[in-house]
Design a protein around this ligand. Structure first.
Ligand code: PGA
Length: 250
């Protein structure tokens, strides 16, 4: 893991956007695994700015998103399909038919999971996977538990995740209880992973991710086994990691 400390969210976003830009410039037809949530918004904003300046070209890029709420259509304002259009896709020259996400309203959930797993395989896997981290150390919606699912699956969201995401809905009751998520295998097989975190609320999860035992109880801890991970996080998110003398922070 290469761990980069940023002064604040703005610097975190710029550093992350730099890594993603380098990926697109070196391999214009990259398959990017993308994430939603508050954390990557600034990174997407920076990528849009560089696109508008003429420094980035998304015309050959393919995007596969991590997860989607079950029961929300792509038109629903809280769906992750909508989030991606609003925060990135509508502002750059990515082809709409090169952007993929699970179908939240698929009638046959098992078939939808198989379709998405096969799709990622047919794309040749993911070149760069962008990740946020849950306060419970989830990645995508791979929630802590006794075991982790390898492939795309439907997951019952933990109470902690529902509470954390309630801020986007009228109240916690309005948050969907289930979501589709990419499994741990497609994430771990990504050729490069960029994990972002900011704020003190992520400090414990970052400690588990970087310094803790490798355990399904902290899904992000599996990233310690991947040999090409960039962690880009602000001082608050790294505050507990910094106390560990074995960790090198750049
Ligand atoms: P956040 O979510 O970026 O909104 O904090 C991250 C996550 O739950 O993976």
């Amino acid at each position: 893991m290469r761990i980069y400390k940023a002064k604040n969210e703005e610097e975190m976003s710029r550093k992350a956007a730099n890594i993603i830009s380098a990926q697109i410039i070196l391999k214009p037809d990259s398959v990017l695994g993308l994430a939603t949530g508050s954390t990557p918004i600034g990174t997407y904003r920076q990528l849009i700015e560089w696109y508008e300046k003429g420094d980035l070209d998304f015309s050959q890029v393919t995007a596969v998103n991590l997860d989607e709420y079950q029961g929300l259509s792509a038109e629903h304002e809280q769906s992750y399909a909508y989030f991606m259009r609003k925060n990135l896709f509508d502002h750059v020259n990515i082809r709409a038919d090169h952007t993929y996400i699970e179908n939240g309203v698929a009638e046959d959930a098992a078939a939808e999971c198989r379709r998405y797993t096969d799709l990622i395989k047919s794309l040749g896997g993911i070149d760069l996977q962008l990740l946020g981290i849950g306060a419970n150390a989830h990645i995508g919606f791979n929630e802590p538990g006794e075991a982790l699912e390898k492939d795309t699956h439907l997951v019952k969201l933990s109470e902690r995740t529902i509470q954390a995401n309630a801020r986007f809905f009228t109240d916690a009751d309005a948050v969907p209880k289930y979501a589709f998520t990419m499994g741990i295998k497609a994430i771990m097989q990504a050729r490069c992973i960029v994990l972002l975190a900011n704020g003190e609320a992520k400090a414990d999860a970052m400690y588990e991710c970087i310094c803790g035992h490798i355990t399904a109880m902290a899904p992000a801890s599996l990233l310690q086994l991947h040999n090409n991970v960039f962690v880009v996080a602000d001082e608050a998110a790294l505050s507990k990691v910094e106390a560990d003398a074995d960790v090198e922070i750049l």
